[in-house]
Design a protein around this ligand. Structure first.
Ligand code: ADP
Ligand code: ZN
Length: 521
């Protein structure tokens, strides 16, 4: 057999393996079941493509997106490698023709969508191949799709594990760019991997800087400022909804910033055209929903800006990770507001399935923790993937580079906690703030909360300021939130210490330098 280094050069034209690739290739050649975790762009595809060329028989690659499949197959074919795909975009006869070619040994890699895999006709095809030329390997790309705890659950992926029973000898290689400990566990279990080697590459992207900005009325102006500073550079701006994309795209256009929108509501022709123009550097800024990006390899994206709160940290890591693929410095900026948080919670509450609700809330909590934290953002992101960041400080995120000024707000915190106590821990943030600010609402009148000693004692602060105090109390553990029905705030042992004055409460002073003065650029 050809030596793997030679094969790398011969088939792909590369001189060296990327970190980890060779270990995986060699283990796969030894028929080991494996789970490979590598960040996007790490070079996962090669770890099954190369063994597919060296092993006798046919390699099946399960891939969730038709566009990804086509892209990979055309790149392989361009290298003279016998690869093809079958999926619902092709007429029946064409699929049959390609399957026949595979049975005749004319194909080394066959890409297939998960829903096709378990169709009786495809199973019969696999049986036939298995008995004749043989099956070499089952590669499951984007393997996190098997897990409800991942960010991209596909029920069809659940079925893949049944192939293990049908073809007990067939080695399985599962690959993903995003997997928390929980998702990892799901993959091993669902795909029934046998004594698998789990290969985990580092997810750290040192060339990316991370920053969270508070979203408020002036944020749009800040965004425009960022875009003007980086004029001509490739930038992706993510929004949550199609309407959000349309509006932001139009606003930016009015402000003279050339950009194109991208979301699932546009026809596939328009989407393809916008994507193409962005990749060709025809247009520098793309305003998109998360529909944009899977499998897109534009190396020189200099910033990824989330104008709305992402749904989960895995998604955030993925989307922000589209910046700086060329290894050059790039920025990841997230705009965060409590209004976005409320909106996300509202949408989650609309979900019919309880389990889905719990998962979505849990994921949202992680995003909020990341956004509100005063710790190193990189450390937080990596810890989400169970990875430790060596050293104390990454020196490339806002929390590491901006010194954080704090002030003693013990007295205000005591007012807040007293108010929670006086209302018998039966209310949530909004009502407590209404009382503190002396609002005249129906609810306050009904409960006679205008007679409390804390009524109106916090008038001098804006609602936002109190929201920050409330959230920071929660985050620092001076309050507990319970969520049976609507959320209510409860005192705990720490609250009592704070109320008695045994400990102090500090709040970050919001004096973020304007963008043009920021030292990070
Ligand atoms: P992933 O699937 O992990 O996101 P890909 O497999 O798409 O990553 O690889 C990302 C890019 O890196 C591709 O353009 C690929 O051609 C390139 N690449 C992969 N392995 C190597 C290598 N050993 N040397 C040079 N380039 C490589
Ligand atoms: Zn840091």
């Amino acid at each position: 057999m050809l030596h793997v280094d030679q094969a790398l050069k011969q088939y792909f034209g590369y001189d060296t393996f990327r970190p980890g690739q060779k270990d995986v290739v060699e283990a796969v050649l030894e028929q080991q079941d494996m789970l490979v975790l590598m960040p996007t762009g790490g070079g996962k595809s090669l770890t099954y493509q190369l063994p597919a060329l060296l092993l006798p028989g046919l390699t099946i690659v399960v891939s969730p997106l038709i566009a990804l499949m086509q892209d990979q197959v055309s790149r392989l074919q361009a290298n003279g490698i016998e690869a093809t795909f079958v999926n619902s975009s092709l007429p029946y006869e064409e699929c049959a023709r390609r399957e026949r070619a595979a049975m005749n040994g004319q194909i080394k890699l066959l890409y297939v969508a998960p829903e096709r895999l378990l169709k009786p006709s495809f199973l019969a095809f696999l049986e036939h191949v298995n008995k004749t030329i043989g099956l070499a390997l089952l590669a499951v790309d984007e393997a996190h799709c098997v897990s409800e705890w991942g960010h991209d659950f596909r029920p069809e992926y659940r079925q893949i594990g049944t192939l293990r029973n049908r073809f007990p000898e067939l080695p399985i290689l599962a690959l993903t760019a995003t997997a928390t400990a929980r998702v990892r566990h799901d993959i091993l279990e669902q795909l029934k991997l046998r004594q698998p080697i789990v290969h985990i590459a580092s997810f750290n992207r040192p060339n990316l800087s991370y920053e969270v900005r508070k979203k408020h009325k002036g944020s749009y102006a800040e965004l425009v400022e960022i875009l003007r500073q980086k004029q001509g550079e490739s930038i992706i701006i993510y929004c949550l909804s199609r309407s959000g994309v349309e509006k932001l795209s139009a606003d930016l256009h009015e402000d003279g910033i050339t950009n194109l929108p991208y979301h699932a509501g546009l026809s596939s022709k328009v989407r393809a055209e916008h994507q193409e123009r962005f990749i060709r550097d025809d247009v520098p800024v793309l305003v998109a929903t998360i529909a944009f990006g899977m499998g897109i390899a534009k190396p020189d994206v200099r910033a990824v800006i989330h104008y709305d709160l992402p749904k989960n940290l895995e998604g955030y890591y993925q989307e922000s990770g589209r910046a700086g693929r060329d290894g050059q410095p790039a920025e990841c900026v997230l705009f965060f507001s409590y209004a976005d948080r409320m909106r996300a919670e509202y949408f989650i509450a609309q979900k019919a399935d309880d389990q889905q609700q719990i998962i979505a809330l849990n994921q949202l909590q992680q995003v909020i923790k990341y956004s509100e934290s005063t710790q190193c953002r990189r450390r937080l992101l990596l810890s989400y993937f169970s990875e430790d960041l060596p050293g104390e400080n990454c020196n490339n995120c806002d929390n590491c580079t901006q010194s954080i000024e704090t002030e003693d707000r013990t007295e205000d915190a005591q007012k807040f906690l007293t108010c929670v106590h006086l209302t018998r821990e039966r209310f949530g943030l909004n009502h407590i703030i209404d009382i503190l600010r002396g609002a005249n609402t129906q609810k306050i009148r009904d409960y006679r909360h205008n007679q409390l000693s804390t009524y109106g004692c916090g008038k001098q602060y804006s609602r936002d300021e109190w929201v920050t105090i409330g959230h920071t109390l929660l985050q620092q553990g001076f309050l507990t939130e319970r969520r049976d029905g609507y959320p209510t705030y409860h005192l705990n042992a720490n609250s009592l210490k704070l109320l008695k004055g045994h400990v102090e409460f500090y709040l970050k002073v919001e004096a973020r330098p304007t963008y043009s003065q920021s030292p990070t650029v």
